[in-house]
Every structure is written in structure tokens, then in C-alpha cells.
Design a protein around this ligand. Sequence first.
Ligand SMILES: Cc1cc2nc3c(=O)[nH]c(=O)nc-3n(C[C@H](O)[C@H](O)[C@H](O)COP(=O)(O)OP(=O)(O)OC[C@H]3O[C@@H](n4cnc5c(N)ncnc54)[C@H](O)[C@@H]3O)c2cc1C
Length: 378
Amino acid sequence: MIDFTFTEEQELFRKAAREFAETKVAPHVAEMEKTGEVSDKVVKAMAEAEMMALTIPEEYDGLGLGYTTRMIAVEEVARVSVAAAMMLQVFALGIEPILKFGNEEQKKKYLPGLAKGEHLSTTAITESTGGSNPAGGRTNYKKDGDDYIINGRKIFITNSHIADVITILAKDAENPKVFSTFIVENKMEGFKATHKEHKVGMRGCNTGELSFENLRVPKEQLLSEEGKGIRVAMAAIGDAGRGGMVGIAIGLQAACLEASVKFAKERILYGKPISELQLIQSKLAEMKIDLEAGRLLAYRGAAMHDKGVRSSNEFAVAKYFTTEMAQKAAKMAVDIHGGYGCMEEYAVTRFLRDSFVLGPSAGTSDIMKVIIARWVLS
Ligand SMILES: Cc1cc2nc3c(=O)[nH]c(=O)nc-3n(C[C@H](O)[C@H](O)[C@H](O)COP(=O)(O)OP(=O)(O)OC[C@H]3O[C@@H](n4cnc5c(N)ncnc54)[C@H](O)[C@@H]3O)c2cc1C
């Protein structure tokens, strides 16, 4: 039995995270939507508030607070800005392979700077030939003395143009069944951040392509061992990737519900607020039920992870449910707003666009079902 009640520290942290999101992130949302980038001011404020340090152990200058606290941070930031939460969530995804599989030198070299927010991270797995199937990727490496030479291209990478420490998956050019993971730096010769995407939602964060042209990487940058690449990548995505997306999805659901309650109380029809109409109440009740159920799944996964129990299957259930429910909540929120729900000055239009982008990130709903079915059948 997993006890996942919040400690007093976690409750206090939620208060602080909410205040942080409302004062340091909210003022920049409109600008971020326009530029397609997370504001530098938001990134700086996150670093100052030690949001990047949450899951990094104290011995590497982090706070060592675990997944439950991270889930709270991501949920509260997403309640205000899904885009800013995505930047933060993929930052944590980028450092997860170093935390889990890095050797002492690699941890000492990278984690303190990442904890302070002096460096930003991401993870680059997806390619045009391999999204749901990472083994379909073509990015490859060859050994050259003590170095590896990497060639290839990654697509749909969050933080592509702002991350300077990137964990990437590549396969052995001579043995395409052997995959390995490397830590690369954006200043290394042969590394380029190229195309930037214009997404339908989650516009205020940067998603783009990375290209590696004879990128020379010393052997010290290999994570774990050669041949363990898929395991390293999947371990990071299964927990940190899905867990983060779940935090974003419940934050977005909360935002949809709050905006709907506010509007329903203010909008007068037939001489009374529409919150008194039972069909409006029915939608609000459904949104609340979905949010509460999603929160239980989300924090169960986080609590399991914090207790050292494998939680990737539970996070697959949570990812499927919460991202599907976020889309449903956003659609209901738009519906409750009537015609106003089609006007850009109402945040619910952003919520609807953002909700559609949650699905593919860290694995589509179909892939979650594939994982869940495998779990059930095993
Ligand atoms: C906003 C955003 C941010 C992202 N950030 C990152 C990042 O930082 N790093 C990174 O590496 N990647 C990132 N991704 C990529 C993401 O992980 C992929 O988009 C996702 O894994 C799906 O891959 P795909 O887009 O190639 O779709 P495909 O794999 O081509 O899927 C197409 C369709 O086929 C279905 N399908 C595939 N396989 C199966 C199956 N076995 N059974 C049933 N149906 C199946 C899918 O569900 C989908 O409906 C991001 C994506 C988005 C949208």
C-alpha cells in the first residue's frame, strides 16, 4: 500500500509554487505565445526559485526532493502556462539519464550547473523515421580512436534551441541493432539547432530540430555502456517523461475548471448566472471528477517512484487518462464559454490548443494502451 498524502513541506511547497507561477510566469504568457519561446525572465526566475534543482541530489548542489515535489511544481506552473511547464518538465527529462545512469565524473561535471540553471537540458530521441518506435532512428555513431563520431538529425525536440546539455540516442553504424546514449553539448563542433516548429498549441516553448554532422564526442560522454541506449532512453521517458506530462495535464485540467467556474458565475442568462443551469453544472462536475481521479493517478505514480517502486506502468495509465481528460476539460471549458470561447482574449482557446499537444509528447495514447495491455497480459 502506497501512502501518498502530502507532507507539510509539500503543502508549503505547493503554496510557494502557486505564488511563483502567478507572479513570475503569468505576466509573460502572452509574450511567450507570440515569440514561441519561453521567456528568459521565466527561465531565470525558475533557476532562482531552484525549480531546476528539485530532483538533483544535494551532493550535486540540488535539493533532492523527489518526484512528488516535482509533480507539484509542474502542475502549478502548467495551471498558468503549459508551455513554461513543458520547458521545465523536459529539462528534468534531459537530466534523468545522467541521474540514473551517469558515472561519478559525469554527475560531477554536469549536475551542479544544471541544478543552478546555468545550463539547460533536453533529451533527443525522436527522428522522422522513429517516434513511437525509437529503434527506427537513423542517427548513428562510429568509433574513431577514443572518440565517437555522430551523424544524424532529431525532430520535435523540446528546448532544442535553448538546451546546452543534451542526452541523445544513436545507433552503431556498423551494427544497427546496438543503440547507445551520449551526453552532448551544443558548443561541440558539428552540433546545430536548426528548424524551429510553429506548434498549434504549447506555443510559448521552443520545439525544433537538431542536426549532428560529424559531431566528435569523447568516450567520456557515453552514458552507461554501449548497447544500453534504448534501456537508458526508455527508463527516462517511462518515469520522468510520462510523469512530467501527467503533471502538465492535471495543471491544465485545473486551469480549465477554474476558468469555467469563474465564467459560469459571471455570465448572466435568463436573469441568473449560467452556473445555476444543471447542464452547465453537469459539465463542471465531470471536470472535477476527471481532475480528482487524474490527481490520484498522478501522485500515486510520483509516490511510488519516491519509494523506489517501479512506476512506469502506473505512469502509462496516468498519462493516458490525464492527457485524454485534459482534452475533454478544454473542450468543455470552451463550450461553457459559448461564443466567447472562440475569442482569443479568453484563455480557454489557448487551453484547447495546448490540450492537443499533450498527447504525442512522451508517447501517444495508443502507445500508452500498448504498454498497459502488455502489463495486463504479462
Ligand atoms: C510538443 C512536443 C514535444 C516533444 N518533445 C520531444 C523531446 O523533447 N524529445 C524527443 O525525443 N521527442 C519529443 N517529441 C516527440 C514525441 O515523443 C513523438 O511525437 C511521439 O513519440 C510520437 O511519435 P511520432 O510523432 O513519430 O508519431 P508516430 O510514431 O509516427 O505515430 C503515428 C500514429 O501511429 C500510432 N502508432 C504508432 N505505433 C503504434 C502501435 N504500436 N500501435 C498502435 N498505434 C501506433 C500513434 O499512436 C500515432 O497515432 C515531442 C513531440 C511533441 C508534439
